[in-house]
Design a protein around this ligand. Sequence first.
Ligand code: ATP
Ligand code: MG
Length: 451
Amino acid sequence: MNQLQALPGIEKATLIARDQHPVSRKQISPNALKVLYKLRDAGFHGFLVGGGVRDLLLDKSPKDFDIATNASPEELKKLFRNARIIGRRFKIIHLQFGREIIEVTTFRAPHDAQNEIRGDASRKGMQGMDSAHSTAGMILRDNVYGNIDEDALRRDFTINALYYTINDFMLLDFSTGMEDMQSKLIRIIGNPEERYKEDPVRMLRALRFCAKLDFTMEENTSRPINQLAHLLESISPARLFDETMKLLTGGHAVKSFALLRQYEPGKYLFAPTLSALESEQGAASKLLDLALQNTDSRLAEGKSVTPAFLFASLLWPVLKIRLKSSQSPDINQHQHFQNAVNAVLMEQIQYTAVPKRFTLAAKEIWELQLRLERRNRRSIESAINHPRFRAAYDFLLLREDSGEDLDGLGQWWTTFQFADSPLRAEMIDALPKPGNQPRRRRRGKPSGASN
Ligand code: ATP
Ligand code: MG
């Protein structure tokens, strides 16, 4: 306990001694430990908090290690040469160690305490503060520093508010984190409605942690979610895209998507997909299931996944429906396809701001489907050398696996890819002669999507 006693707010913690918890120093990133020791040597307090502690308690390897401290951002900047201050609303410090980034945040008070905490009182736990710093740190709304107990209570869920200290290697619990870990419960801290209103993204985080940890939502935590889902309309599509990526590329896409179908917040990320799935029960929805399963298994094997492929799959049911809609007589089939593709992508980015590089790649994956189907003699080689060929080919196989009858097309492209030149020539020769296909006028590239 020793030095810790001097830390304001610490008296509110339940302390869990080293022999009562399984978190061992060996599992913690050496860089995170270095930061904790350096903070202590400089007279500050540093704690590992959030996903780092939670995942170690569950014997999972944490994605990253976050540290909370009573040192101010300015003090951190002085202490660590590799410190970068990021964030406008909240000043967060990023410490870069090679490829690893350790995020360090100064203890913050919860929203509702902001008006009460003013002046030097709010920094009562801090050392070495001059008045200029404390003023600069505090008057900014949303950037009010606090004590460790306040920092704990402004966090989202009880299991995310456990602190690990190198002081006797104890855990500190300011709510019911340890208990909820045992009962595998996602429980929001404080009044659920208020906490969701403060930050509606917490609803998506609740669903994500259920999927990731295989926990269930405590009743009061889940009850308001459907009613308050509409608050997500106030969140920027860019932030919603980031959350979407965490939901789908965290290794638990199948379960996350199932929860998004079950709870209303899903509609604020994927309305077009979800309504397409309601009417389209066929191959397109099967393709999405398979794509999500593939995503999870690829990640489990340590392989990468591309958001473009995910969006191409998520929006495939939507595109299918749009393509079925009647084609205006003044445009050809190619133009009809282009228009549908553009409309589907434009609609999705109203919900989640999918960066252009991904929408462009998704578009190429779809466009290549036509080329792979058509096997136009003159463009076979260029299709196979297309930078998106691999993704498009995988997508083609996925279409077949999901029950679309493409007359052995996947197998044809599999053989063609690995064939030597004579065999390739033979395969091309065996294709129906161009005379039997309607001749298409050759033109420049079709004009690109407007998004
Ligand atoms: P993971 O990194 O595995 O996604 P995490 O819990 O570490 O999970 P981060 O987004 O890294 O999530 O956030 C770190 C910690 O910051 C959380 O554990 C939580 O204590 C706090 N936090 C993050 N987002 C919010 C939020 N929207 N509201 C309240 N607290 C939050
Ligand atoms: Mg984290």
